[in-house]
Design a protein around this ligand. Structure first.
Ligand code: PPS
Length: 399
């Protein structure tokens, strides 16, 4: 009975053709409004390519951007670039320096991640690593594993060159940027760390490099807690040249810093070396190594000579680079000496058919240092070097 008046009024309305059309139009309008209304609620809960695509463009090259539900959204995955060749130059304040009584005048720049281009044309600014959508999405089969081998140091030793050379090996997969997990990002947890890694197949080795681990007091215990079987690799270089290289890096960013000579000494007249200056402290290898030996046997630490990595890269990576289960694949035929760069370069880098040298922040020209100061540093390091040779059973020939 209740709908009768409606029918009646409809009947009345339908009596003229114009009115008929009006009624039809209003009905269609109401249906359209109703459909629109229902769709708003539904559409807001549904992932749309159009909305995300726009956001993706707006946000720029988001790599592995996370959705609210914790997953990585499709557009971020599609936009994400493969891990590039760039390096994050180790321009950090060493944790041991921060927590100890050390002085680090030069590295006060907080978390100054710097892009380091292997191929200079591909250099890109980059901040702390984020789990890459690409590494989990388009890298094909396999699974992400925690690293079985880590290049733990030393800063300015040649760690980037070593990692890029090792990456040529088909059974080595490595994360490009420095994760800084065991020093700065430990609270993120092992799953965060694993997410950073590339996918590997059975028999392949996952690697990363973060040179600050070598001088981070907590790093050995933390890595041992992850796995006592982790293979540790240390690229060592004459500590005097290393200190000058470290200083050169900082000088390139802060041209106003005091001279190397004045920073080296606590008191130039007495000749007392300032061991609290990180550039000096990092080179006391024997002291840092002691810390690692509390958690790892010597046999698990592999030492690579930074000097030989330049003069004979294939030789240094060859018989001595005893990564378990790896066939000897990287040989002289992978390298050529680039006269302009003054360093060995790869004939073909990983994932490329073109020759590649490390970027311009590797192999900088060092400033001339007063030879007397250099000699004082040599004298200072000699006993520590001797101890280091003894501990490692290898004379690196720095004296
Ligand atoms: N093939 C090749 N090409 C360029 N550079 C090479 C190479 N092999 C070793 N090296 C030396 O690597 C030094 C930089 O060391 P790192 O990569 O460990 O630096 S960092 O700690 O990651 O910033 C860098 O130090 P500087 O010469 O003082 O710039 C180089 O001497």
């Amino acid at each position: 009975m209740e709908y009768r008046p409606v029918c009646l009024s409809l009947n009345a309305l339908c009596s003229s053709p114009v009115k008929k059309k009006l009624v039809l139009l209003s009905i269609m309008f109401f249906i359209w409004v109703y459909m629109l209304y229902s769709c708003v609620g539904y559409c807001s809960t549904m992932p749309t390519l159009a909305v995300d695509g726009y956001r993706g463009r707006e946000a720029g090259p988001a790599v592995g951007r996370r959705t609210e539900s914790g997953g990585t959204d499709l557009v971020s995955r599609l936009l994400a670039k493969p891990q590039p060749w760039e390096d994050v130059e180790s321009d950090y304040e060493e944790p041991s320096v921060r927590t100890g009584s050390s002085r680090d005048l030069l590295n006060e720049e907080p978390d100054a991640y710097r892009a380091e281009e292997w191929d200079e044309t591909r250099g890109e600014q980059q901040r702390a690593p984020e789990p890459s959508a690409m590494s989990s999405f388009s890298n094909g089969s396999g699974s992400k594993k925690l690293p079985q081998a880590i290049i733990i140091g030393v800063k300015k030793g040649g760690t980037r060159a070593l990692l890029e050379f090792l990456r040529v090996h088909p059974d080595i997969r490595a994360v490009g940027a420095e994760p800084h997990f065991f020093d700065r990002n430990y609270e993120n947890g092992l799953e965060w760390y694993r997410e950073l890694m590339p996918k590997t197949l059975e028999g392949q080795i996952t690697m990363e490099k973060t040179p600050s681990y070598f001088v981070t007091r907590e790093a050995p215990a933390r890595i041992a807690a992850m796995s006592r079987d982790t293979k540790l690799i240390v690229v060592v270089r004459d500590p005097v040249t290393r200190a000058i290289s470290d200083y050169t890096q900082t000088l390139s960013k802060k041209p106003d810093i005091p001279s190397f000579e004045s920073l080296t000494f606590k008191n130039r007249t007495t000749g007392l070396i300032d061991t609290s200056w990180s550039a000096v402290q990092i080179g006391i290898y024997a002291k840092h190594l002691d810390n690692w030996l509390q958690y790892f046997p010597m046999g698990q630490i592999l030492f690579v000579s930074g000097e030989r990595l330049i003069s004979d890269p294939a030789g240094e990576l060859g018989p001595r680079a005893g990564l378990p289960g790896l066939k000897r694949i990287i040989t002289d035929k992978h390298f050529y000496f680039n006269q302009t760069k003054g360093f060995p370069c790869l004939k073909k880098a990983e994932g490329s058919s073109k020759p590649h040298c490390l970027g311009k922040t590797k192999g900088r020209t060092h400033p001339n240092i007063d030879p007397e100061v250099v000699q004082r540093l040599r004298d200072f390091y000699r006993p520590f070097n001797m101890k280091f040779y003894q501990m490692t059973g290898h004379n690196f020939g720095w004296d």
